[in-house]
Design a protein around this ligand. Structure first.
Ligand SMILES: Cc1cc2nc3c(=O)[nH]c(=O)nc-3n(C[C@H](O)[C@H](O)[C@H](O)COP(=O)(O)OP(=O)(O)OC[C@H]3O[C@@H](n4cnc5c(N)ncnc54)[C@H](O)[C@@H]3O)c2cc1C
Length: 238
């Protein structure tokens, strides 16, 4: 599939046509030039391909709002086992194909739904233990807080990434939702002994080379930049 890496972005349609060998990272980069992004993508984006994830189906970055990959696929063009191209579209037909691990044919093109991604705000909340983080997630969910993405690192993963604090909740949302989301996140953080970090577009000078270590006593900017470098590169690298 390496030779099949074309991407076509139809104007104003909220979708992208993509060949199977394109990685999710490259797709995100191309879409970013138009202010758009995939609605969902796997955290393995730098290496995994569009066809690989279509064959597996799954949840990933953006699934808090947009659900499974399957729910964001408009059509898939395949070459079947006996040859010949056909297009699969419509939720019922796609449900049988997406996630079928290549058993129903070879993906040669897919049309995926996209979203505006040029004003995403990355956020993070650091917690003292997993119990507090869990309660915060429950509160956010019950409160219907309209984030685009919500994820977490447990304390071991945070430590492995030299982020020596505790469990970390992170997410992103379109800036236009700030009025609703920012106070909700602050309130949830406060209720569960968390520390809230918000950096709208932190391409501040000096952020690249600075230490990624962070502790409870250190300034928020550095923590935000850590997320920029490790979790939200696509938002930070403009
Ligand atoms: C660090 C890491 C993070 C991950 N994060 C996520 C995540 O956030 N969400 C998630 O759901 N999964 C995740 N995964 C799992 C994995 O990344 C996904 O399933 C991934 O998208 C697979 O893509 P790939 O290109 O590596 O496919 P491969 O592993 O190469 O292939 C996967 C399957 O796709 C089939 N296939 C490949 N190309 C085609 C084609 N053209 N037509 C038909 N079938 C084809 C292959 O035969 C195989 O069965 C993660 C994995 C890792 C290692």
């Amino acid at each position: 599939m390496d030779a099949m890496r074309q991407i076509r972005i139809p104007k104003g349609e909220g979708s992208v046509e993509v060949e199977p060998g394109v990685t999710w990272w490259v797709l995100g980069e191309r879409l970013r030039d138009t202010g758009m992004g995939p609605r969902v993508y796997p955290t393995s984006a730098p290496r995994s391909t569009v066809s690989g994830w279509l064959a597996e189906n799954g949840v990933g970055v953006g699934s808090y709002e947009f659900g499974w990959l399957l729910q964001n696929v408009l059509s898939v063009e395949i070459v079947g086992a006996v040859g010949g191209r056909s297009t699969i579209e419509g939720s019922e037909a796609l449900r049988h194909f997406v996630g079928s691990r290549g058993s129903m044919g070879l993906v040669v093109r897919a049309t995926l739904a996209t979203r505006r991604a040029d004003d995403d705000v990355p956020v993070a909340v650091l917690f003292r233990d997993a119990g507090d983080l869990g309660k915060a997630v429950t509160d956010l969910d019950r409160g219907g807080v309209p984030l685009w993405h919500l994820g977490f690192l447990n304390a071991a993963m945070a430590r492995a990434r030299r982020f020596e604090t505790g469990p970390v909740l992170f997410g992103a949302y379109p800036k236009e939702r700030s009025d609703v989301i920012e106070p909700a996140l602050k309130s949830v953080a406060e209720s569960h002994r968390g520390t809230f970090f918000l950096e709208g577009r932190p391409n501040a000078p000096g952020s690249r080379g600075s230490s990624r270590r962070a502790t409870w006593g250190r300034p928020p900017g550095r923590v935000g930049r850590w997320f920029g470098a490790n979790v939200w590169r696509r938002h930070y690298s403009r």
